[in-house]
Design a protein around this ligand. Structure first.
Ligand SMILES: Cc1cc2nc3c(=O)[nH]c(=O)nc-3n(C[C@H](O)[C@H](O)[C@H](O)COP(=O)(O)O)c2cc1C
Length: 137
């Protein structure tokens, strides 16, 4: 099974999730600046919210996908909103890329809010989530 991990992170919170997932599934995590070069069964795609929207890097990455994706699995951090699932889902739908119904989300620190998040438990949970996705595929 081919698995890829891509993420965009301005402040490092989503990077922490990407690294945890990378460790859990044994696949290197790259930023969205690195295009996919081959078809994958599972794409773990990480993002965050900045002023209510996902970053243009994520939009451009999805827009530029020209390989076949079995399913894209969303993971995200944010301070206020629940996740980036819907916003990323719309971008994926425009490219006919299936989005898994499962997602991983946890709070991400933002100034004085949610200090220390994601924390060790969040990272462990992300790893359990990712392993389950791979095992159930
Ligand atoms: C400029 C900026 C704008 C943000 N706007 C929002 C927002 O509209 N809604 C929200 O839930 N979180 C918002 N956040 C919080 C981030 O989504 C949160 O800190 C997230 O974990 C950042 O991920 P990153 O460290 O991977 O970049 C904002 C953060 C920054 C820096």
């Amino acid at each position: 099974m081919k698995i890829a991990i891509r993420y965009y992170s301005r402040g490092g919170n989503t990077t922490k999730l990407a690294k945890a997932i990378s460790e859990a599934v044994g696949v290197e995590a790259f930023t969205t600046d690195v295009p996919l070069r081959e078809d994958v069964d599972i794409l773990f795609l990480g993002s965050s919210v900045y002023a209510y929207g996902v970053d243009d890097h994520v939009k451009q990455f999805i827009d530029g996908i020209d390989v076949k994706i079995g399913k894209a699995v969303n993971f995200s951090t944010a301070a206020l909103v629940k996740s980036t699932y819907k916003q990323v889902g719309k971008l994926l739908a425009a490219k006919n890329i299936p989005q898994a119904k499962e997602e991983y989300y946890c709070k991400g620190s933002f100034g004085p809010m949610h200090k220390g998040k994601p924390d060790a438990r969040d990272l462990k949970n992300a790893q359990v989530f990712a392993r389950n996705i791979v095992n159930d595929n």
